[in-house]
Design a protein around this ligand. Structure first.
Ligand code: SF4
Length: 356
């Protein structure tokens, strides 16, 4: 890439961003941007933590709900753990929700309710790693940080035609993304790169014909855009199997237990189980258990096939406790347990001729 091209790329990207930036509930609008108004660090942080789990489309509803319930970091810090966990259900990976709360509380306790502005300061907070620290620092405080998510990695790999496969290419991509990061409007530059990767420089079929940096793109020139970034093949995820027991008392209460704080679905309510999370457990009570079917779920590191056994019983449990509405609402359950709940209740309804 010749001298001066980096500046031209930066200008082309910012011009495109000013005209085409995606509207996001955690971003400022064009008029605010023009007036130099930065977005609220709390909202940027919340969106970044949520976006580690899923897509922008899926995050919007969660983001609105969280900011309605807890408009400031102080509100979130004061929230009940169970309420936050329940709202997080469906986003998966509950360690993040626990870190979310720990982080909000640390900001209030140690920083007077104000997020640190620097990457280094942000890195001292629970659950904030190098990427999230750089993103918050750049987006909320306009610091010239290198913000390299999967979308940006793809754009950089293509712009510079980096053929080394990921993850080995990461240091090189970081260096090149750093070359592109301007001193002027680095926060908008970071978001422009994210938007370009999400909307135009997409994984399978990049829309090079409408790309604001098409004239600078080495992969496009070489005709290899759609092949980059190259990836080292991943080992297949293993499949685990396990069992959960769903017992229903005649009054409708269900037998549940609070999961250990550490580990899968830590601190959440669930049905007593065996095998699937590495623990060994026996049926929580003696009853005429019947199979209701199986639920499938994918965690970060494995696929799970869970056998669901059901029983109508008044027997006292050896573990867990019976809970009924309103103390147990299906939305309090993490997604896996919700699937087991729905399957179990359908099976129990069939057995009782439709009444549940
Ligand atoms: Fe991506 Fe194509 Fe633009 Fe290159 S020209 S950055 S491959 S969309």
């Amino acid at each position: 890439m010749r001298d001066g091209q980096v500046t031209e790329i930066g200008a082309a990207l910012l011009g495109w961003y000013d005209a085409q930036a995606r509207v996001m509930p955690w971003r400022t609008g064009p008029a605010e941007r023009a007036a130099g108004v930065r977005p609220d660090p709390y909202r940027v942080w919340l969106s970044e933590v949520m976006l580690q789990q899923t897509t922008v489309a899926a995050v919007r509803a969660y983001f609105h709900r969280f900011t309605e319930l807890w408009p400031t970091v102080a509100d979130l810090a004061a929230a009940e753990d169970g309420a936050v966990m329940a709202e997080w259900a469906g986003l998966g990976y509950y360690a993040r929700a626990r870190n979310l709360l720990a982080c909000a509380r640390a900001v209030v306790r140690d920083h007077g309710g104000v997020f640190p502005a620097s990457r280094e300061g942000l890195l001292t907070l629970p659950g904030i790693g190098p990427y999230t620290a750089a993103a918050i620092s750049a987006i909320a405080h306009d610091a010239p940080e290198v913000v390299l998510d999967g979308n940006v990695e793809r754009v950089v790999a293509r712009l510079f035609a980096v053929e080394t496969p990921l993850p080995a290419a990461k240091p090189e991509l970081y260096r090149l993304a750093g070359l592109l990061t301007p001193q002027r409007r680095p926060g908008d530059h970071a978001q422009a790169m994210m938007d370009l990767g999400a909307t135009i420089c997409t994984p399978r079929s990049p829309a090079c014909g409408i790309c604001p940096v098409m004239n600078f793109c080495a992969a496009r020139r070489a005709g290899i855009a759609a092949d980059l970034p190259r990836k080292t093949p991943k080992a297949a995820k293993p499949t685990r199997t396990g069992t959960v027991w769903v017992a229903r008392r005649p009054d409708g209460a269900l037998l549940v237990e609070r999961r250990p704080e550490r580990g899968l679905l830590g601190g959440m309510l669930g049905f007593p189980g065996d095998g699937w999370d590495g623990s060994a457990g026996a049926a929580p009570l003696d009853a005429g258990w019947r199979p209701a079917g199986e639920v499938r779920h994918t965690f970060t590191h494995f696929h799970l096939i869970l056998q669901v056994l059901v029983a109508e019983t008044a027997a006292a449990p050896r573990r867990g406790a019976y809970l009924a509405m309103p103390d147990l609402h299906p939305t309090d359950l993490p997604t896996l347990m919700r699937k087991a709940h729905d399957l179990a209740l359908a099976a129990l309804a069939d057995a009782s001729g439709g009444s549940i």
